[in-house]
Every structure is written in structure tokens, then in C-alpha cells.
Ligand binder design. Structure first.
Ligand code: 5GP
Ligand code: MN
Length: 335
């Protein structure tokens, strides 16, 4: 972490401003973990701080300490609006462009607050006074650890902070298995365990939390899986009817896309999920196949080299047809 940015952030905090911390839309373990980790740290420093999320987050994160204190715009737009309008300092975590805050985007764009971005996605936009960007970091939670360390306060990391940060590192690294996982990531994980993160319990809270319906939906997704041998590509579709049949809840489809990548030699895996009049897509890849570029160019999205998301306006059939049309070009450029 750049020492000048750390000093600048210290000065911003010294003014004891009202603070909001914002994750991206459809926040995942890293987004919620990093927001709450920073929240607990700032609370230790007696800051007036609130986490404001654009929309609700999955049940498997609701047990996190202070998760019940998160203000959700979709559930309480008036209070969330007042909170953001009154904030003098806004941390945006785990996203690199204000449009990723969805329903909060106009409020953030109109805000007079000073912004601090902490994020590990590529190509951050230039809206923040202080930008901590590190695409080599496994997770934003790893960056929050580095931030607290650079503030000189590593010894203040307590059980609550450690639990939140461990959760995000664990989920964003796929249980410490993706190539982005370094020896440093594991050292930080070990440190957080020493500070009170119960690794086994956290794992169980997050992953042993399936409903019967979710497993039925997974079986439908796997039945729908198509493998295109020519391009070593797997894709899955889930229609609105299929989601409804199994009473789809937020977060139920998280991780489904990874099953495609477990087929031997797969280079690219995609899931298409119908969400009303558009299709939400998750893309995963192995090696140098850059799905961030693919999602940016073809699906109005982005993310990381090996994990990205995007959307297509239209039906699933149209999305798949368009995908098959642009796939050969992507594969040929990358291999
Ligand atoms: P997921 O597929 O799990 O939703 O997201 C994978 C990665 O891509 C995450 O880092 C996420 O923040 C990012 N991502 C997902 N959807 C979008 C999108 O629509 N736009 C951008 N820029 N990034 C996305
Ligand atoms: Mn992340």
C-alpha cells in the first residue's frame, strides 16, 4: 500500500467525518466481508460508520458479525439515501466503477463526499480521491488486512475483523485454491485464525448452508450443461421457469459455473441465468484465457482474468446464440 495514500486516508479519518462503506450490487463474500471488516476496524476508532448495500445479500453471509447492521437500499431507500447524502467520506469496496453500485450509483455520483476506493479488479475508474487498487490481491479482504497493517494497527485486528476478512479471502480464492492464492494469502489466513477466525466454522457457515431446493436447482443446471469439445468450453443455462420451480433465493446459483471448469481440459465455463428481460452471465476460465476482456467486449461486464461477469439484453436463447457467434474469435485470440 502506497504510504502517501495511507497518510492521506489518515488525514481524512482525523476529521471524524460521517462515513459510508459501499459494496457492489449482489455483494458476495468478499464484498460483504471487506465492508464489515473495515466497519469493525473503524468502529474500534469510534467512527460514525454505516455499511450501505445496493441490494440484499445471500443468507450464507447473514451470520457475519454486524451483518444485521447493514443498511440495504432496496429495503429502505429513504434511510439509505439520507445516510449517503449525509456522508462526508465514502469507502467503495470490491468494485472499480460506480455503475457497479447499481441503485446507489446516482446517489454516489451526486455525492459531495470524498471517496476512497479499495479494490482488486483491473482497470479502476478514476472517481476516488484515494485509490487503493491491486489486481494481484486475492481479494478485497486481503487488501483490507494490508490497509490495517499499513495504518500501523495490525495488532488491533480482533475476532470480528478476522472473521469477516477470513470469510472474504476464503470465498474469493475458492477455498485458497485459485492461482491468485499466494504464500502471503495463506500467511494472512493463518494470522486471522490466530486472531480468532474459526476457519472450520466459517467454512461450514458458508458452504454447508444449502437448501434442498438449491440442490435440485443444481441438478437442473448440471442436466442443462453443454460441452463444446471444439472449443473446450462448457456452458449452463437456467431459465426463469427453472429458477421459479425451485424457489430460487439470492446466492443459490453462486458457484454453479465452476462445475463446467471441472471437466478435464476445459478452458472456459459460462452460466447464463435469466433475470427478467436480461440474462446475467458468469464467466470462468483457466490459464491466460482472459474472461475480463471477453466480458468487457461482448457482455457489458468485466471482472478478473479468470472470473468475470456480464449481461445480455434478451432471452437465454438469444444470449447463447450470440455467445456461440463470438466464442471462436475469443478462443482463437487466446490460444
Ligand atoms: P460473478 O460471476 O461471481 O458474479 O463475478 C465474478 C467477478 O466478476 C467478480 O469479481 C465480480 O465483481 C465481477 N463481475 C460480475 N458481474 C460483473 C459485471 O456485470 N460487470 C463488471 N464490471 N464486473 C462484474
Ligand atoms: Mn472480490
Amino acid at each position: 500500500m502506497n504510504i502517501y495514500d495511507i497518510e492521506a486516508t489518515k488525514i481524512l479519518l482525523e476529521k471524524q467525518p460521517k462515513i459510508s462503506i459501499i459494496p457492489h450490487k449482489n455483494p458476495d463474500g468478499d464484498a460483504i466481508g471487506s465492508c464489515l471488516g473495515l466497519y469493525h476496524y473503524l468502529k474500534l476508532h469510534h467512527c460514525d460508520v454505516t455499511v450501505v448495500s445496493p441490494n440484499d445479500f445471500p443468507d450464507f453471509l447473514k451470520w457475519l458479525p454486524a451483518a444485521d447492521q447493514i443498511l440495504i437500499y432496496d429495503n429502505n431507500p429513504k434511510k439509505a439515501t439520507e445516510q449517503i447524502e449525509a456522508s462526508k467520506l465514502i469507502f467503495t469496496l470490491d468494485f472499480n466503477a460506480l455503475k457497479r453500485a447499481d441503485s446507489l450509483t446516482p446517489l454516489l455520483e451526486n455525492s459531495k463526499a470524498t471517496f476512497v476506493m479499495i479494490d482488486h479488479h483491473q482497470e479502476p475508474d478514476d472517481y476516488a480521491k484515494v485509490t487503493f487498487s491491486n489486481p494481484k490481491a486475492s481479494s478485497t479482504c486481503e487488501m483490507i488486512y494490508a490497509f490495517i497493517d499499513a495504518m500501523g494497527n495490525k495488532n488491533q485486528i480482533d475476532k470480528d475483523i478476522a472473521t469477516c476478512l477470513y470469510t472474504g479471502i476464503m470465498t474469493d480464492t475458492g477455498n485458497f485454491k485459485y492461482p491468485i492464492t499466494t504464500s502471503n494469502t495463506l500467511k494472512i489466513g493463518a494470522f486471522l485464525i490466530e486472531k480468532g477466525a474459526n476457519n472450520s466454522q466459517i467454512n461450514s457457515n458458508v458452504f454447508d448452508n444449502n437448501s434442498y431446493n438449491k440442490l435440485q436447482l443444481l441438478s437442473t443446471a448440471l442436466k442443462n450443461l453443454v460441452y463444446i469439445k471444439e472449443f473446450d468450453t462448457a456452458y449452463i443455462t437456467l431459465s426463469s421457469e427453472e429458477l421459479q420451480k425451485y424457489d430460487h433465493q439470492k446466492g443459490d446459483t453462486e458457484g454453479f459455473v465452476n462445475y463446467g471448469l471441472t471437466i478435464k481440459n476445459t478452458k472456459l465455463a459460462i452460466i447464463f441465468i435469466q433475470e427478467g428481460d436480461f440474462v446475467k452471465m458468469s464467466l470462468r476460465s483457466k490459464g491466460n484465457n482472459d474472461v475480463n476482456l471477453f466480458a468487457r467486449k461482448c457482455f457489458n461486464g468485466g471482472g478478473h482474468v479468470n472470473a468475470a461477469g456480464g449481461r445480455f439484453d434478451g432471452s437465454i436463447e438469444e444470449a447463447v446464440a450470440y455467445f456461440k457467434q463470438v466464442l471462436p474469435d475469443f478462443i482463437h485470440k487466446n490460444m
